[in-house]
Write a protein that binds this ligand. Structure first.
Ligand SMILES: [Zn+2]
Length: 419
């Protein structure tokens, strides 16, 4: 029957663009119960978000929060919970077999130094505290999803790892996920999901970044008596002025920022040292390399200009030196399209819950697996928030903050498969 086979053929073609998307088990009775439960138990998620946030976790000092995170995962009934050599908290929930291994992770670290007040301030609609969204939201979502899987006794086919990882923020340079992918779970991870921040969108492409600390050094001296000597802060100023004038493309979005400057000892001393920290980013590895090359030239030009300015004479003999230390290099990866299985499944899971996640590029823990060709996304944790990385960081759960954990659960279930 020609007409029927034509219909079948049309159906096949219609399905082709979505061929990579995995089935969404939203109607599976246990999964459905878990999704409903995440709405009912929304207060539990919020309580965890707040109480986790009130445990400080500066870069490289995530241990106290990590120990508590392990305790909470164990309290959910997860038996195999460990802390690896990097400090990642890893809970393993065994699959029945025959499915891919899925990691869902939130990051333990914040950008805030020791001594920062992390007490959460509350109004009826808003929670304010450094790290409340980035990434206490993600950590709470991961806990809630683990809890819902346990509560409803959902048997996945693939093993699922629930993880609180270290080292996501700048100084950590992705050391947590690096240890997962290169040592602890090397070769085992089929899909990686990071839950980071607020909203309901998905990061499907990696913004690369090069970060440096640049230091100029000289002999220093009295500002009056030794006038004529090379000045590291003047060199720094020359460099930053030129960096500030750099032109970069808006598409692919490419950025630069001098985020920290330091140096000098007093107003009447020629400093012996000055340094600044610089970050350059782009979704395109080529554009990162281009802006990096321009910056490298500027740094040398500034050094030479300051040395030339005070050339000659007794005081002019000592030259400035320059060192460039790498703070972090994150690989760019804009190659994962919306048709990739993990991205298409994340979008479909959102649609099954009534919203359409937008895809975008960012710099997250997912950069590392992406750069290794391992399917990875970073999803938002629901609710809304702002002022990330500032002391005024805030989170509002809105009327449907629970959509975040629901989405995360449905995505994990779809990727791992459910029996
Ligand atoms: Zn984050």
């Amino acid at each position: 029957m020609t007409s029927i086979s034509r219909v079948a053929l049309a159906a096949l073609f219609a399905a082709t663009p979505l061929a990579a998307q995995l089935p969404i088990p939203a109607m599976h009775p246990r999964v459905k119960a878990a999704i409903d439960g995440l709405k009912t138990d929304n207060a539990w998620t919020i309580d965890n978000q707040i109480s986790i946030c009130e445990i400080a976790a500066p870069p490289f000092k995530e241990k106290v929060r990590g120990l508590e995170y392990r305790r909470r995962l164990q309290a959910l009934g997860l038996t195999n919970v460990r802390i690896d050599t990097a400090g990642n908290v890893i809970a393993e929930r065994k699959g029945a077999g025959g499915g891919p291994t899925v990691v869902i992770a939130g990051h333990l670290d914040t950008v805030f130094p020791e001594g920062t007040d992390v007490k959460v301030k509350r109004t009826p609609t808003r929670f304010t505290s450094p790290g409340i969204g980035d990434d206490c939201r993600g950590l709470a979502v991961v806990l809630s999803v683990a809890r819902a899987f346990e509560k409803q006794k959902i048997q996945t086919l693939g093993t699922v790892y629930f993880i609180g990882n270290v080292g996501e923020e700048g100084p950590g340079n992705l050391r947590g996920v690096r240890n997962l992918f290169q040592n602890e779970l090397k070769g085992k991870i089929d899909y990686f999901i990071s839950v980071d921040g607020t909203g309901l969108d998905v990061t499907s492409r990696g913004v690369g970044s090069n970060r440096y600390k640049v230091t100029y050094k000289g002999p220093g001296g009295h500002s009056y008596g030794a006038f004529g000597r090379v000045n590291p802060i003047h060199a720094l100023g020359r460099a930053i002025a030129q960096i500030g004038d750099l032109q970069v493309p808006s598409s692919p979005r490419t950025t630069f920022n001098v985020g920290v400057i330091s140096g000098g000892t007093s107003v009447n001393s020629i400093p012996f040292e000055a340094s600044f920290e610089l970050d350059m980013r782009s979704e395109s590895a080529e554009e990162v390399a281009k802006v990096d090359a321009k910056v490298q030239k500027i740094l040398v030009d500034a050094l030479n200009a300051e040395n030339a300015r005070w050339g000659g004479g007794t005081n002019g003999k000592a030259k400035l030196t320059m060192t460039i230390d790498t703070i972090g290099i994150r690989p760019a990866n804009g190659a994962q399209t919306d048709a990739a299985t993990i991205v298409a499944t994340a979008i479909a899971a959102g649609k099954a819950l009534g919203f359409t996640p937008a895809t975008g590029a960012s710099s997250t823990d997912a950069n590392l697996p992406m750069s290794m060709g391992i399917p990875a996304v970073t999803i938002d944790g629901g609710g809304r928030g702002g002022d990330a990385h500032a002391l005024t960081e805030w989170y509002e759960d809105t009327a449907s903050g629970w959509r975040g954990p629901q989405w995360a659960l449905l995505l994990v279930a779809a990727l791992a498969g459910v029996r």
